[in-house]
Design a protein. Structure first.
Length: 381
C-alpha cells in the first residue's frame, strides 16, 4: 500500500464499546481513515444508531454481506467475545487487516487458529490492549529490556471496578463461561480489568512485540453475584517462563466504584510503582524516572498506530502473539474451582443492583502488599 493512503475501515459491532469508535469516526473525522460500513444485526439498539443513520453509514448484518459488496483495509472487531475468532479470520481471508478489541478470543485453541490465519494470509491481527500503544509504556519496556533496572524480581498489581445488574444485563454473555454452546469466559480478569495483568506480561517480553510466557498459576476464584456463571473476584499468582512471580488481584463485587490501579514492579536496582496515570521508577541510589501520560480510556493511539502500520507495511506492537500468554492464563485460571461467597451485601443504587463482599478492598489490598493469596494470610470469604 502506498504511504499515507486513506484506510478504508469496517466496524464489526455497534453496541457496547463500539460507541467509542463510532464517536471517534463521527466527532473527530480524520483524512487517514474512511468508515465504509458497520456490521451488526442489532445495530438499531446502538446508542449511536441515529447518528449512523443521519450520516448514511451502511449497515450490514454480517461480515459476509459486507465483503460481498465492498472492500476494506482494516476491520475493527468490537463484537461479542465468542465471535472474535471466526470474524477475525474471515476478515483476514478477505484481504483485510484486523484490530480486535480485547480479549483476543475465548480460549488458546482459538488464539492458535488466529495466529495460523495471520501467517497464512500475510495480514495481521492487532489486539486492543491500550497500554501497549502508549509511548511512555514503550519507553518503560525499552528501559527494562536494556537492563536499566537490573533483573526483574516480582511484579504485582491490583485493580477492581464495581459492576452491577445493568452491566451483566447489557448482553447475553457478560459474566458467563459459555453463551449457548460457544465459549466466552467473560470475567474481570479476561475482559474489563485485563489491561494491568497483560501489561505486566508485556513488559517482561523479550522483544517489543512479545509478552512473557507463563509456566504455572495459583489462584483463588470467588463468585459474589449469584446471577452470574463465572467468577467476579480473583487473586492470582503466576510464574513466568523465566521464573518471575506475577501477582494480580481484581474484582467486580466491590463497594467502591473503582479501586486502584496500584502496581509495584521490583527489580534488582529499582522499584517501579504506578499511580495517578504514571509510572515512577525509584532507583536504589535515590534517582527517579517518571513515565507519564498514561490514559487507558483513549482509542486514538491504538487505532492510528494500526492505520500507520498498514500504510508503512509494518506490524503493530500488540498482535496475536503478544496477547496469547494472557489467553493461556485465562485458560489455566478457568480450570480452577469457583467458590460461591455467602457473606455478601446486596444493595441498590437507583435501578441497579450490586453485590459486594464486605471490606473486599481492604482485604485484597492487604494481600497485594504481601503479594499473597488470601488463604495464605488467613483471609476467608
Amino acid at each position: 500500500m502506498n504511504k499515507m493512503e486513506q484506510i478504508k475501515i469496517l466496524l464489526v459491532g455497534a453496541g457496547g464499546y463500539a460507541f467509542k469508535y463510532i464517536s471517534e469516526f463521527i466527532d473527530h473525522p480524520n483524512d487517514k481513515v474512511k468508515l465504509m460500513g458497520i456490521c451488526d444485526p442489532y445495530a438499531d439498539k446502538s446508542v449511536c444508531y441515529n447518528q449512523i443513520i443521519e450520516r448514511k453509514i451502511p449497515i450490514y448484518n454480517t461480515v459476509n454481506e459486507f465483503f460481498n459488496e465492498r472492500k476494506a483495509d482494516l476491520a475493527v472487531i468490537v463484537s461479542p467475545i465468542q465471535f472474535h475468532c471466526e470474524q477475525s479470520i474471515f476478515c483476514l481471508e478477505n484481504g483485510c487487516n484486523v484490530l480486535c478489541e480485547k480479549p483476543l478470543c475465548a480460549d488458546i485453541e482459538q488464539a492458535r487458529l488466529m495466529r495460523e490465519a495471520e501467517l497464512r494470509t500475510g495480514r495481521f491481527i492487532a489486539v486492543g490492549y491500550q497500554l501497549c500503544f502508549v509511548s511512555s509504556i514503550a519507553e518503560l519496556k525499552k528501559d527494562i529490556m536494556s537492563g536499566k533496572f537490573g533483573k526483574p524480581l516480582e511484579m504485582k498489581a491490583i485493580h477492581m471496578m464495581r459492576r452491577g445488574s445493568d452491566y451483566y444485563a447489557r448482553n447475553n454473555w457478560a459474566g458467563k463461561i459459555k453463551s449457548g454452546n460457544l465459549l466466552v469466559c467473560d470475567s474481570p480478569f479476561s475482559n474489563a480489568s485485563a489491561h494491568q495483568f497483560h501489561n505486566m506480561l508485556f513488559l517482561l517480553g523479550k522483544t517489543m512485540g512479545t509478552s512473557t510466557g507463563v509456566k504455572a498459576v495459583e489462584t483463588e476464584l470467588y463468585r459474589a453475584n449469584p446471577n452470574i456463571e463465572n467468577f467476579d473476584c480473583m487473586a492470582l499468582r503466576c510464574e513466568t517462563e523465566t521464573g518471575i512471580n506475577v501477582v494480580y488481584y481484581t474484582a467486580h463485587c466491590v463497594k467502591s466504584k473503582e479501586f486502584g490501579v496500584f502496581s509495584e514492579y521490583k527489580f534488582e536496582n529499582a522499584t517501579i510503582t504506578y499511580s495517578d496515570n504514571k509510572y515512577t521508577a525509584l532507583f536504589k541510589d535515590g534517582r527517579t524516572k517518571v513515565y507519564d501520560g498514561i490514559d487507558t480510556s483513549l482509542i486514538q493511539p491504538k487505532l492510528y498506530n494500526v492505520v500507520d502500520c498498514i500504510n508503512s507495511n509494518t506490524v503493530p506492537i500488540c498482535t496475536v502473539e503478544t496477547a496469547t500468554p494472557h489467553m493461556q492464563c485465562v485458560h489455566m485460571v478457568q480450570q480452577n474451582q469457583i467458590k460461591p461467597v455467602s457473606n455478601v451485601v446486596c444493595w441498590q443504587d437507583g435501578e441497579v443492583v450490586y453485590y459486594s463482599i464486605p471490606q473486599l478492598e481492604e482485604k485484597l489490598y492487604n494481600c497485594y502488599k504481601q503479594a499473597a493469596l488470601p488463604c495464605e494470610i488467613g483471609i476467608r470469604f
